[in-house]
Design a protein around this ligand. Structure first.
Ligand code: ZN
Length: 85
């Protein structure tokens, strides 16, 4: 991955992104991911995409079955990824 100073950190961050977002990490791991996101655009983007998914799921939770919705949102994100490179 070009432009990333810390590819191992990226691996680490992407594995723990969900826990990070849901505050399920211990303080040490949380700080590590937070610092990585601050310094890495690639992982910051991943995190923001996850945030969008979470918000959409929350916003629409009462309108559709969660699994149906999730797959729709994932498809939407895939489109977003394709268009943004
Ligand atoms: Zn990264």
């Amino acid at each position: 991955m070009s432009g990333c100073a810390d590819p191992r950190g990226c691996d680490d961050a992407s594995k723990h992104l969900y826990e990070y977002q849901h505050h399920e990490l211990d303080a040490e791991a949380y700080g590590r991911i937070k610092e990585h996101l601050r310094t890495c655009d690639h992982c910051q983007n991943l995190y923001q995409e996850e945030e969008v998914i979470q918000q959409r799921v929350k916003a629409c939770a009462c309108e559709a079955a969660p699994e149906q919705l999730r797959s729709r949102v994932v498809a939407w994100i895939a489109t977003f990824r394709m268009t943004s490179g």
